[in-house]
Design a protein around this ligand. Structure first.
Ligand SMILES: [Zn+2]
Length: 469
């Protein structure tokens, strides 16, 4: 008996040690459609803060081969950037039933995001059925969520936006919920997850790609020039004709962090991040309109709660050329102070991962999980442009604020921020000051300090735009 127990402990230890991300990846580049399927497992014992995981890619498996996970502890996430005919399959280990709480979508002429919200994490797999297999039936994308049932009031969504005809949901088997997307015309899609609450997101890109940025897309999938030229502007952009339009940056989304029931970080003096960043964002929006003559869309202009996935969905929907999220920093170390600017990438330091956890409203563990799938989520992310924008903004905002107040320059950093995931334009997150630092907390409340900060961000955006000319 004792020996059995020892063996059991040993097995559990080994399982815990091996519970880092295991990747299976397949690439098949035939023309523009690269096939990929990922599976991963991640245990609870994932080392906190072990953020940079190069070499996550492991075994290369043959096309369509099913992968089975031996052990899955809580966290599970799966993603793909393009057509996957057969996704990885999870283990058959029984799990508590998840309830599908809702299904929502955001759509515009060439982009649709569908979000399926559950009350807990659940395993899922997705499949794409090309129309050529069954000529009479249009292409479909379907997603099977196992160990799940449909919650009250969750219904089919008629969409009809050009990408999707509809999203249908059904209890396919007693423990499997199936979501079927009737596709009209899509060029590409991605499936990824957010946590707290657990959401499965499906981003679908239409055939028409509206390339707005003045810089060439350098990451992947630059559209053929003819196709880009054909595409129409999304809508009348409504910028006063008398103003000069800088470069091709015509519309900027300003995103004040948090809001509503989410106060963000709170200072010792009771200052709430959501309030001060709204003030800075409102000032910035005003300056952008007045001084650069660009359209500005704010994700929120009042004290309201906006889900993280909705923020970039708004930016994508309005065809924004830049996305700027405004936050205030927090640290357990009360003496921590300064300004830093982030763009989306794997966290290079434990501090960056911790901050991302805070801003994502989630745990460090979940951030590690997000990092594991980030590689795929960034398929459409303008990495180089975002890095340049971050550099310009950090330099200018530090310059302006330091000139009047004397602050620390914490520089440009990279981190896995949910709010930047799915953005298709250069996008950054500015941590304007530490609300947890006594001196900076009082500054953040000061309208003059807010104004100088907004002035700095404006100058940075202007410098970025000028660099595109
Ligand atoms: Zn924040």
């Amino acid at each position: 008996m004792r020996r059995k127990l020892l063996v059991l402990i040993w097995v559990v230890l080994i399982a815990a040690l091996c519970s880092h991300v295991a990747w299976g990846e397949e690439h098949e580049s035939g023309g523009k459609a690269a096939k990929r399927s990922h599976s991963q497992k991640m245990g609870k014992s994932q080392k906190k803060g072990k953020s940079q995981k190069k070499g996550q890619k492991a075994a290369t498996k043959s096309k369509g081969k099913k992968r089975t996970e031996k052990k899955t502890v809580h966290s599970e996430s799966r993603t793909s950037s393009t057509a996957v005919h057969k996704a990885a399959t999870a283990s058959v280990e029984p799990a508590p039933r998840a309830i599908v709480k809702g299904m929502r979508y955001w759509s515009n002429p060439d982009y649709t995001r569908l979000a399926i919200t559950l009350d807990r994490e659940a395993r899922f797999e997705y499949h794409k059925l090309p129309s050529k297999h069954e000529p009479s039936i249009p292409p479909r994308l379907y997603l099977d969520i196992s160990g799940a049932r449909i919650g009250a009031g969750v219904k089919d969504l008629p969409i009809g936006d050009g990408q999707l005809k509809s999203a249908r949901i059904a209890q396919y088997r007693p423990d499997v919920v199936r979501v079927v997307l009737d596709v009209d015309s899509i060029k590409d899609f991605k499936v990824f997850t957010f946590s707290d609450p657990f959401r499965i997101l499906i981003d679908l890109k239409g055939e028409r790609k509206t390339e707005i940025s003045a810089t060439k897309e350098t990451i992947r999938e630059a559209p053929p020039l003819a196709e880009a030229a054909k595409s129409e502007p999304l809508e009348e952009r409504g910028t006063p004709a008398t103003r000069t339009r800088p470069g091709k940056i015509r519309r900027i989304v300003v995103d004040p962090g948090h809001g509503g029931h989410d106060p963000g970080a709170i200072g010792a003096g009771g200052t709430r991040e959501k309030d001060v960043v709204l003030q800075i964002a409102l000032k910035l929006a005003h300056k952008l309109k007045e001084e650069l003559g660009v359209d500005v869309v704010m994700t929120r202009s009042t004290d309201e709660f906006i889900e993280l996935q909705e923020r970039t969905a708004i930016a994508n929907k309005v065809g924004a050329d830049l996305f700027v999220s405004i936050h205030a920093n927090a640290s357990l170390n009360r003496s921590a102070s300064g300004i830093e600017t982030y763009y989306l990438n794997l966290a290079k330091t434990e501090k960056a991962a911790q901050l991302a956890a805070k801003e994502n409203g989630t745990s460090l563990e979940k951030v590690s999980l997000l990092q594991a799938v980030l590689f795929d989520l960034m398929a459409n992310y303008k990495l180089n442009d975002s890095a340049h924008l971050a550099e310009d903004v950090q330099k200018a905002v530090y310059g302006k604020v330091n000139g009047q107040y004397g602050v620390k320059n914490l520089g440009v950093k990279q981190g896995p921020f949910y709010v930047l995931v799915g953005a298709t334009m250069p996008s950054i997150l500015v941590e304007t000051a530490f609300v947890t630092n006594e001196r900076e907390e009082s500054r953040l409340k000061d309208p003059h300090y807010q104004d100088v900060t907004a002035e700095g961000i404006l100058a940075g955006i202007k410098a970025y735009i000028d660099s595109l000319k």
